[in-house]
Write a protein that binds this ligand. Sequence first.
Ligand code: TUI
Length: 314
Amino acid sequence: MIRTPICDLLGIEYPVFQGGMAWIADAKLAAAVSNGGGLGIIAAGNAPGDYVREQVREIKGLTDKPFGVNVMLLSPYADQVAQVIVEEKVPIVTTGAGNPGKYMEAWLSAGVKVIPIVPSVAMTKLMTRLGASAVIAEGGESGGHVGDLTTMALVPQVCDNTDLPVIAAGGIADGRGVAAAFMLGACGVQMGTRFLVAKECSVHQNYKDKILKANDIATMVTGKRSGHPVRSLKTPFTREYFKLEYSQATDEELDKFGTGALRKAVVDGNQREGCFLAGQIAGMVTREQPAADIVREVIEEAEPILRGAMKWVK
Ligand code: TUI
């Protein structure tokens, strides 16, 4: 059995978070993960506060286990969502794609546990000072919005600069990844792409099929020009977007081309115009499974690896 400080801190059985995937991670997926003993997380993404309120009310009817909400800080509705979290007494918040500093006081005084995603040591130190309960160190192997550092380089440096529990994310999809994360000093993991093909994940079947068929070199990063780099599957859309980025196209033209592409992937399964966010481990994700099985399986796989880790040391 693997039990780590994050399990006691949050009241969960397995130290496994499901990533707050925008447009994808809804109350049903999050409830399935939480009921399986991990931490299910509802993604606010770019949705308004009322959507998040509905989702939070729904999950409370589906599980009595702890759950979280992920706030995407680039969202125009981030202020609304931050307020809904307080009003609806959400127990745990994770944040992504920015600095949640301006919400910390309100959340902490409402008793919310705040777990920011940090892409650097500087952000780690700031979040530790501001009262975070833990941090998620997410490397650029992940899908979606990516920082510069890899998980291998980021996690130990984050661990060296905080006493908080560190959750590793980016490039983790099985027990080997979990074991490696623990070796680097993390006491938990967050996975997105692996949960995207969970049975309870309601993303369009075309999206799941594309992940299941992906190989090691199936993803690429676009959006560097705008300062918001995003990793997704190579598709006609991403190749065209990439070309436009390095052309004379204006920022407005580029924005117009990209708008709605994630919705087209998630809701419509549109293989030509959709943007299918995915991590580099998509090539290892080969079967659809119940979310609870994923949570248990990665931890059960990690146990013998961690026990046998010293086999080459005489
Ligand atoms: O947030 C994510 N992944 C995401 S967000 C998203 S929706 C989106 N759509 C279009 C453009 C951008 C986003 C899809 N996937 N992961 C967590 C994450 N956070 N990765 C990196 C960061 C991060 C980056 C900078 C966190 C903090 C940060 O701070 C910068 C600063 O100094 O304010």
